[in-house]
Design a protein around this ligand. Structure first.
Ligand code: ZN
Ligand code: MN
Length: 478
């Protein structure tokens, strides 16, 4: 932390909303598997005379997000034209909110887990506004080496909510933790296209002590934000150390090379010649607030506290279980049928680990394993029908190939063995490893681990290591 003092980071997070149609036209938002430039119309292509109509669903989603972030909804929201030229913006302006966004002044609490501990930090939200997305330039190669670029307008007009923080973040890791929390909240609300590629795009403002701020534009992965910021801190600190000036500028993050590249010296807000969009009337949205407030579900912070108390599980487990709403729901269903503490361990520690290892989401996993099947694995484990290792193996098999627990136990011979069989295996191992046994008797504790390992091998994991250990000790004494 010390080495990063003086670092100030503010984020502008663009989240793509999960509406059926675009923000100002009725083109379908479901273009991910379509050919380029097939989800377009006069409005989202910016053709002359085409008029925008605000998507009411997108507006409601935007207000819900603002409410969940603790913002104050504003009585009047006005769309502006932000004028600039870029090939992905055929109208020559983006329709966004400027002086009158839908909401101001929110607060998000994060747990910074850097350096061990868990420090609670408050991140102020400056504003939440709505805007449409430009199209997408497709480069042949990288942005600075491509000989030409192509443009796809399918994304043009997609509904975005932009969440702007105050420069309250102090490190790249903290920025990533904040984005994780934001993603979690948006996921709870069910309004965010979070599973789609590029559903969250971030502009990061960063400065170090003694320098001006640089803005790194359009970073499209969570890891990318952390890497881009880490690169920027080093770059800017080196400039300051050498007595050079950090100029205010816009930079691009090259995900492949992990570096930021200067794109242009920073434009100023007045360069955009903002003015109210004459084709749209001001929105009066306070009338929607009460109704939308009632639609906001229990959010991660509340759920975490409820889980910890209601199920008597550790805060760490409650945290891990509530980050993703799909996992939280899966847990609650399992915990309603079998020991909540055991469920917490097996979902937060084991299942989540297996998901990470396979890079799959809980949503994908639940197509392979139902809550009932998960409950039956745990109940076999509780009854001693299988060992912990056996349970893990069933889980892996189901995630990789599907199937049901009982059949897997049978087919893979995972049923745990009785103490007689364990004893036979132990005696065999003692017989085959005389010197290790002598070492153990002479006080070398590690030798016991060696022997336990051998017994586990002989029994193919169908005995609980704890039990093997206990029996081994007894049999060696005899
Ligand atoms: Zn359209
Ligand atoms: Mn924006």
């Amino acid at each position: 932390m010390e080495s990063e003092s003086g670092v100030k980071i503010g984020l502008e997070c663009h989240a793509q909303l999960l509406t059926r149609t675009k923000l100002f036209c009725s083109c379908s938002t479901d273009y991910q598997n379509s050919e380029p430039n097939t989800h377009v119309c006069a409005t989202c292509l910016g053709l002359p005379g085409a008029l925008p109509v605000v998507n009411g669903q997108a507006l409601r989603y935007g207000i819900k997000i603002a409410l969940a972030l603790g913002c104050t909804i504003q009585p009047e929201a006005i769309f502006y034209r932000k004028n600039y030229y870029y090939p992905d913006l055929p109208r020559g302006f983006q329709i966004t909110q400027y002086d009158f966004p839908i909401a101001l002044n929110g607060l998000v609490t994060i747990e910074n887990t850097e350096n061990g501990g868990a420090k609670e930090r408050a991140v102020r939200i400056r504003r939440v506004h709505m805007e449409d997305d430009p199209g997408r330039l497709v480069y042949k190669g990288t942005i600075d080496t491509a000989k030409y670029s192509l443009v796809d307008y399918n994304r043009s007009g997609m509904p975005l909510v932009e969440i702007v923080t105050e420069p309250d973040l102090r490190s790249p890791k903290e920025a990533r933790i904040f984005l994780g929390k934001l993603r979690s909240i948006l996921g709870y609300l069910g309004v965010f296209a979070g599973d789609l590629e590029g559903a969250m795009r971030v502009d990061a403002n960063i400065s170090v002590a003694g320098g001006d701020r640089a803005e790194v534009k359009n970073i499209s992965s969570y890891k990318g934000v952390e890497r881009a910021l880490a690169f920027e801190i080093t770059r800017q600190k080196n400039l300051v150390r050498r007595g050079l000036v950090v100029t205010q500028e816009t930079r691009h993050f090259d995900e492949v090379r992990g570096i930021t590249i200067s794109m242009r010296t920073k434009e100023f807000e007045h360069d955009y010649r903002y003015f109210p969009e004459p084709d749209l009337v001001p929105l009066h949205i306070l009338g929607l607030v009460e109704e939308l407030k009632r639609e906001i579900p229990e959010l991660p912070d509340e759920k975490r506290i409820r889980f910890a108390t209601q199920y008597s599980i550790t805060m760490e487990h409650a945290n891990a279980l509530t980050y993703d709403i799909t996992i939280a729901n899966f847990y609650e269903e399992v915990a309603s049928k079998i020991d909540p503490k055991l469920s917490a361990v097996w979902i937060a520690d084991v299942l989540k680990g297996e998901l990470n290892y396979r890079s799959i989401t809980m949503r994908e996993a639940s197509e392979r394993i139902s809550t009932d099947e998960f409950v039956s694995i745990l109940s076999y484990l509780k009854k001693g029908v299988i060992t912990e290792r056996g349970a893990t193996e069933i889980l892996r098999e189901m995630l990789d190939h599907g199937g049901d627990p009982e059949a897997i136990i049978k087919n893979k011979g995972l049923a745990s063995i009785g103490s007689e069989e364990i004893e036979t295996a132990i005696l065999k191992v003692i017989d085959e490893n005389e010197s290790a046994v002598d070492d153990y008797k002479a006080g070398k504790k590690e030798s016991l681990n060696f022997l336990v390992g051998h017994v586990m091998k002989h029994t193919r994991g169908r005995a609980e290591p704890k039990e093997v250990r206990r029996m081994l000790k007894g049999l060696i004494k005899e």
